[in-house]
Design a protein around this ligand. Structure first.
Ligand code: ADP
Ligand code: MG
Length: 210
């Protein structure tokens, strides 16, 4: 598939499907080191995105569709994750504005911009046991795939794999941000729910491009 606005719609629709399926797991992860609502929050947000994107309503470029999604995520996810994902998709939109089709380097820039937006908004760094661990591993893997000549689809596959590894890496970490930080050592051994939802969303991006 060409990475145009239809791909962004396919990505976000696949993400909404996957988040709906994974919502109980995300709630369960958040019950262990937070307040148990991450799946519910994400599902509400992505269902709002799904509803907003019907019949080309989101726009005709990748940037426009990403922006429409960001607005829905900001207004409907809530919690800590809402503004973070909203900022991620807004920055992703800005990173690819003016382009009708995205190539491998555009995908790298999109993911980098999302990561930087989350870091600026939430002041977490890699190793703090948050969604930043998944986004930063995704960005690193995406850049490596692009630099070694991968096409946009391969870059997305690398990003999804990176995000999954980044999410798994949070098991061993001590939390420094968000609700989990109140638990200290008791959170070690548990996986960060926002890192897992990030991996779900980036896997959907790769699958929509395949
Ligand atoms: P809340 O914590 O308000 O209940 P959610 O449960 O929806 O919100 O989201 C929790 C997730 O948000 C965490 O798993 C973590 O990945 C992410 N998170 C929380 N605070 C931060 C932060 N400052 N920077 C990055 N991510 C964060
Ligand atoms: Mg929560």
């Amino acid at each position: 598939m060409i990475l145009d606005s239809a791909w962004v719609v396919a990505w976000l629709t696949a993400a909404a499907d996957a988040i709906a399926e994974q919502a109980p797991t995300l709630n369960e992860l958040d019950r262990e080191i937070g307040d148990g609502d991450h799946g519910e929050n994400m599902n509400r947000g992505f269902e709002a995105v799904r509803a907003a994107l019907g019949d080309g309503a989101g726009g005709s470029t990748p940037s426009e569709v990403l922006r429409a999604a960001a607005m829905k995520l900001i207004s409907s996810i809530g919690g800590a994750a809402g503004p973070l994902y909203g900022t991620a998709f807004l920055r992703a939109s800005d990173a690819v504005s003016g382009r009708d089709e995205l190539g491998s380097r555009d995908v790298v820039e999109l993911i980098d911009a999302a990561l930087r937006g989350i870091e600026e908004r939430g002041h977490a760094v890699p190793g703090d046991k948050t969604m930043v661990d998944a986004w930063s591993a995704a960005a690193t893997a995406a850049r490596a795939a692009s630099e070694s000549g991968g096409d946009a689809r391969e870059v997305l596959q690398a990003a999804a794999g990176g995000a999954e590894q980044g999410a798994a890496s949070t098991d061993a970490l001590l939390p420094h941000k968000g609700r989990a930080s109140y638990l200290g050592e008791r959170a070690v051994g548990h996986r960060d729910p926002g890192a897992v939802s990030t991996a779900v969303i980036l896997r959907a991006a790769a699958e929509a491009a395949a």
